[in-house]
Design a protein around this ligand. Structure first.
Ligand code: NAG
Ligand code: NAG
Ligand code: NAG
Ligand code: NAG
Ligand code: NAG
Ligand code: NAG
Ligand code: NAG
Ligand code: NAG
Ligand code: NAG
Length: 676
């Protein structure tokens, strides 16, 4: 009898998991009556939506299903399959929202000491990546740059094991089954439209799939991510499932509108018509309605103008009162609509392309409103990421105004593309005038002298006359544009700074153009006003000599222009360097001054170079250039940084040389790793 009882109990215990399989399953079409554990900023709104974070900076929110899920059996190591789907919406604050949300499987339903921002309220810098976390998260992130190697794009979906360094990640997209061969469509994780996500784990095949699509589209057949992972290696037997979200320097509200989960089965589909309405605080939707209002306003304005200005005035005031985004009109530089820029550049058509710079392609366009000609620089995704971090920076660049700068009129961000709108400068760049003049018109000495003075004055403004010190970092003839009065306008200022912020701050990348990079910049990666002065010095020599800074086929036999001029200076024959195309039609005193000043500025030692204020005084004849010795040869000092690096590059890559010497218009910037 006892043995029978014993047998029965053994049988019962053995069968227990099968008979009393407690597979967890739930569905929330809205969270009105849910019993989720919510923490920190997370609230359930009266409309039924789960609001993970509000739009304050550096807040964290969590919501977890109250019961842990027995995700695997530690004795058999058999891991459950599960499937979950949820609808989320990330509503950014003003222009740039921030950070993301993650579906999280974790041994705890709370994370003590977790950090906001990139850590999404799950990890902190101490435990990030530690295998004792036992956390697997699927992140929907809108900010790039947790690490250089991962999260290469702002708008991305990733699978993270025990840390924020994603094990798998891709930009947010979905496969559209409605088109033949299902094309991929990009999808912006933040915005006014809810997005549905499906996460399916196959415990037998050990495959984790993540799929997303706009709410009005049914589940695509192709998952966005499909990742081989044996979750039993990472998770604990009993794990909580839920969501974590955080904001950081930039912020968004993160909402979940519905959530369904099924262990060992397929999650019940959410019914879109039963979900709570999307929150009504999306700035994008406001912007949209605002746009319509403005459009309507303009339209009415035309009609009303005919009827009477008085009536128009009242309507305008009414419209103004309804505006919630005050910054819309005040925003400087103006924020353009992508659609409009797309239109004026004829869809970024090749025929409208007027140049390709280090940071992107430049297109010409005409604004229909006032017929003004603009140049639109399109900064491509590859060379520039994490645009959202830079809205403030762009705003500050937009406030730079000087007659020798190419003014930034406006900007536009779309997904990860940044479009910058500048004044259109008709005569093109200085290097095309010097090296590829139309109708072989040689740039006269008078113009050359005027141009170098203009550049000096623009650079002085950036270095000393504005409220902050702005280091240009890419002074070169390709970045000097010539306007209708043959005055110089310095372009692309501040871009390198933006570019650098997008990089991991621990690496020092030299940004600049080979030939203009000061030796200490190549060594340390530290740009300064004196590295700008160095590049300006090279530019001076280039303008007087009509030679490129580096030319392996130079008539002088010196590949480096600065070395050649330096040698002539030592020999007392500096005027031999003057561009023969000028046919001796130049002012000797001025040419000598500019050449010597060029050498002075391109001095190997940064502390010996003059500041831009002095440069302007020398050029204006207010001060006399001091007598200085110039005994340096970059070519013979091969370990002095970028010149030698460039020499290596030239010898190892003939194409580079060809590109360089045949380059027209804008030369491309080359980024070289810092010396360390
Ligand atoms: C956002 O949530 C945090 C944390 O609960 C709270 O301290 C803060 O006041 C909230 N901010 C707003 C704007 O509601
Ligand atoms: C949630 O409750 C509010 C009132 O408290 C109601 O207006 C709303 O319709 C409810 N939502 C759902 C999805 O039941
Ligand atoms: C565990 O998985 C194996 C095959 O993968 C299966 O034969 C066995 O029945 C499973 N055990 C339980 C308790 O589910
Ligand atoms: C990081 O998180 C762990 C685990 O939650 C916690 O024990 C630790 O105190 C946190 N560290 C800091 C510096 O907050
Ligand atoms: C991981 O965390 C555990 C427990 O908090 C700690 O003892 C261990 O030192 C950590 N490992 C690393 C590599 O930080
Ligand atoms: C995920 O990445 C971490 C850190 O790079 C690594 O330790 C871990 O083994 C990876 N896990 C999987 C399943 O690839
Ligand atoms: C995961 O995706 C693959 C295709 O990549 C598919 O074959 C598999 O059935 C999917 N598994 C689940 C559980 O959805
Ligand atoms: C979705 O909900 C609506 C209203 O509650 C109902 O009429 C409709 O049948 C539901 N659709 C599905 C597919 O369950
Ligand atoms: C959103 O709020 C505005 C007023 O702030 C209201 O006019 C509009 O109808 C609301 N939209 C929705 C979808 O509730």
């Amino acid at each position: 009898m006892a043995s029978l009882l014993c047998f029965l109990s053994v049988l019962l215990i053995a069968l227990f998991p099968l008979c009393f399989s407690d597979d967890i399953q739930f569905i929330f079409n809205g969270f009105n009556d849910s019993n989720l554990i919510t923490q920190q900023a997370t609230v359930i709104r009266t409309t039924g939506s789960l609001k993970l974070t509000n739009k304050s900076h550096n807040v964290i929110g969590h919501a977890f299903y109250p019961d842990p899920i027995k995700i695997f059996d530690s004795s058999t190591k058999n891991i459950s399959s599960f499937s979950t789907c949820f609808v989320f919406l990330i509503s950014p604050s003003s222009d740039e929202g921030g950070y993301g949300l993650a579906f999280t499987i974790s041994p705890e339903s709370q994370f003590l000491g977790a950090e906001s921002g990139h850590f999404m309220g799950i990890f902190n810098s101490t435990n990030d990546g530690n295998s004792s976390n036992h956390i697997v998260a699927v992140e929907f992130d809108t900010v790039k740059g947790y690490k250089e190697t991962s999260d290469v794009e702002g708008n991305h979906v990733g699978i993270n094991v025990n840390g924020m360094d994603s094990n798998a990640s891709t930009s947010a997209m979905y496969y559209d089954d409605r088109t033949r061969g299902s094309t991929t469509e990009e999808i912006n994780l933040e915005g006014a439209e809810p997005i549905q996500a499906w996460i399916d784990y196959d415990g037998l095949k050990k495959l984790l799939n993540v799929t997303i699509a706009p709410l009005d589209i049914s589940k695509p057949t192709h998952p966005l991510l499909s990742f081989d992972i044996d979750l039993s290696q990472f998770l604990l037997e009993n794990s909580y499932v839920g969501f974590s979200a955080s904001t950081g320097k930039t912020s968004s509200s993160h909402y979940i509108l519905g959530w369904s989960f099924q262990q060992n089965g397929v999650a019940q589909a959410l019914n879109a018509s039963q979900l709570p309405l999307p929150p009504n605080d999306s700035d994008k939707s406001k912007k949209y309605s605002l746009k319509i209002e403005v459009l309507l306003g303009l339209l009415s304005a035309v009609v009303l103008f005919l009827l009477g200005i008085l009536f128009f005035g009242t309507l305008y005031r009414r419209l103004r009162n309804e505006e919630t985004l005050e910054d819309w009109e005040l925003e400087c530089p103006h924020r353009f609509h992508y659609r409009d820029l797309h239109l004026v550049t004829k869809g970024f058509k090749e025929s409208e392309l007027i140049g390709v710079g280090g940071f992107g392609a430049v297109y010409k366009g005409v604004l229909p409103v006032n017929g003004a000609e603009i140049a639109v620089k399109r900064i491509s995704r590859n060379s520039f990421q994490g645009v959202r971090e830079f809205a403030a920076e762009i705003e500050s660049l937009g406030r730079l105004r000087h007659k020798h700068l190419v003014n930034l009129q406006g900007w536009c961000k779309r997904k990860n593309d940044l479009l910058l709108v500048y004044d259109y400068i008709p005569c093109g760049s200085l290097d095309s005038l010097l090296f590829k003049p139309q109708n072989d018109v040689v740039l006269s000495w008078e113009h050359r002298f005027n141009i170098v003075k203009g550049v000096a004055s623009g650079l002085l403004y950036l270095h000393e006359e504005w409220e902050q010190v702005v280091i240009h970092r890419d002074i070169k003839s390709g970045n000097v544009l010539i306007d209708g009065n043959m005055d110089a306008r310095l372009g692309d200022f501040g871009l390198a700074r933006l570019y650098d912020r997008g990089e991991n701050s621990h690496t020092t990348n030299v940004v600049g153009t080979v030939g203009y990079i000061a030796p200490e910049l190549a060594r340390t990666g530290q740009a300064s006003t004196s590295t700008d002065v160095f590049a300006y010095g090279v530019l001076l020599l280039e303008v007087v000599c009509g030679c490129r800074p580096i030319d392996p086929n130079a008539r002088s036999g010196h590949m480096l222009l600065v070395d050649w001029v330096g040698e002539l200076y030592q020999k007392g024959q500096i005027l031999d360097a003057v561009d023969p195309k000028l046919n001796s039609e130049y002012v000797v005193r001025e040419a000598e001054l500019v050449l010597k000043l060029g050498l002075f500025c391109a001095h190997v030692r940064p502390e010996s170079r003059p500041g831009m204020r002095n440069v302007v005084r020398f050029l204006n004849g207010d001060d006399r250039l001091p007598v200085f010795e110039y005994l340096y040869s970059f070519e013979s000092a091969r370990d002095e940084g970028v010149f030698s690096k460039f020499l290596e590059m030239v010898s190892s890559d003939t194409n580079q040389t060809l590109n360089y010497s045949s380059s027209v218009g804008h030369m491309s910037s080359i980024s070289i790793e810092g010396g360390r």
